[in-house]
Design a protein. Structure first.
Length: 298
C-alpha cells in the first residue's frame, strides 16, 4: 500500500473553496478537476473518459496518475481550503480507485470542480501537532496535485494515525525503532527542542531551506555563545573534521560519526535524545509522543 497527498484546489470549478472542500468532507470523496461535464456525467471506464478528455486538454497526467497509482486501502493526506478548514490537515482511507463523477450543481449554480475522484471510508481532521513534518512540507511549493509521500516511517505512522479513528491496519514494528520512524525534518525539530531544553535559543529566521551548511543557528540563553547545527539520518555519516570553525552541535541519528574529536564540536548521542524525550512527554509535539508510545527506542 501507499500514502499520498492531494491538493484540493480546483481551477475548473467556480464554487467557493469552502463549499468545495465541505462537499468532499460531506461525501467522503477527494478529487481533482479536468471535467468533461458536457459529454459525461459518471463513468469508471477509463477509455471512455480519456477519449473525451484528450479532446479538451493538452494532457491529463494528474488524472492518469490517480488511475494508475491510487488503490483501495491506500491512505491519503489532504490540507483544508476555504475559511473554515484552511491550513488544517486531514487523513482518509481510500475505498475505491479512480472514477469520473460530475456532481450536481451547488445551490447557486456553481460547480465544485472535483470530478475525477476516489472514494474514502472517512476523512478525519488530524490535530496540527500530530501531522508528520514530511506530510506538511509535501504541500509546500508547486509540486504535483497528487503525489506519493514515500518512506516506511510515513507509511507506518499514517497507519497508526488512521487506527486512532478506526482500527484497521496492522502496524509493522519489526526492526523499527523510534529513531527509524523519524524523517529529516522531524529529526531537526527534535534537535531544535533539545537545544531549547538545554538553554539554547534558536534564531527563527536562520532555519531556512537554502541554508546548506547548517540547519539553524542558536545562541545560549546566558552566555550569548553562537552555535551551528547539523542533522543527518540513515547511514549518512557526519565527519567532525568538516566543522572546525565555530561552535557546532551535530546529531547523526545512528551515531555514525567519523573524524577526530574537537573541543568546538558536540556529537549528540541516542541516549541523550532518549532521556530528553522521556523527560518531556507533556510538552513535546503530538507526533513525537505518538511515535514514542508506539515504537521502542532500541
Amino acid at each position: 500500500m501507499n500514502v499520498f497527498r492531494i491538493k484540493i484546489n480546483p481551477s475548473g470549478g467556480d464554487a467557493d473553496l469552502s463549499d468545495t472542500f465541505q462537499y468532499c468532507l460531506d461525501n467522503n470523496v477527494l478529487g481533482i478537476g479536468w471535467d468533461v461535464h458536457d459529454e459525461l456525467s459518471a463513468t469508471r471506464n477509463w477509455t471512455e473518459y480519456e477519449e473525451k478528455a484528450m479532446q479538451r486538454y493538452d494532457n491529463i497526467n494528474p488524472v492518469a496518475y490517480i488511475k494508475n497509482n491510487v488503490a483501495e486501502d491506500d491512505l491519503v493526506w489532504t490540507r483544508g481550503v476555504g475559511d473554515e478548514h484552511a491550513g488544517k490537515h486531514f487523513l482518509a482511507r481510500i475505498i475505491s480507485g479512480w472514477e469520473y463523477y460530475d456532481p450536481s450543481l451547488v445551490a447557486n449554480g456553481q460547480r465544485y470542480g472535483v470530478e475525477n475522484i476516489f472514494r474514502c471510508a472517512s476523512i478525519y481532521e488530524v490535530e496540527a501537532d500530530q501531522v508528520p513534518g514530511k506530510v506538511v512540507s509535501s504541500f509546500n511549493g508547486r509540486g504535483n496535485v497528487v503525489q506519493r509521500v514515500s518512506g516506511k516511517h510515513i507509511l507506518e505512522y499514517s497507519k497508526y494515525m488512521w487506527n486512532q479513528f478506526q482500527k484497521f491496519y496492522p502496524i509493522d514494528k519489526s526492526n523499527m525503532t523510534l529513531f527509524d520512524m523519524l524523517d529529516a525534518e522531524e529529526a531537526e525539530d527534535i534537535l531544535f527542542l533539545y537545544l531549547q531544553y538545554k538553554g539554547w535559543r534558536v534564531i527563527p529566521h536562520s532555519r531556512k531551506g537554502s541554508t546548506m551548511k547548517f540547519e539553524f543557528l542558536a545562541k545560549h540563553l546566558t552566555t550569548g555563545e553562537l552555535a551551528y547545527t547539523q542533522v543527518k539520518i540513515g547511514d549518512t555519516e557526519i565527519n567532525r573534521e568538516q566543522y572546525k570553525s565555530g561552535r557546532w552541535f551535530l546529531w547523526q541519528l545512528n551515531e555514525h560519526y567519523t573524524g577526530t574529536d574537537a573541543d568546538n564540536v558536540t556529537c549528540i548521542t541516542r541516549n541523550e535524545i532518549k532521556d530528553f524525550i522521556e523527560s518531556g512527554e507533556k510538552w513535546l509535539p503530538g507526533w513525537l509522543n505518538n511515535k514514542r508510545n508506539s515504537f521502542h527506542f532500541e
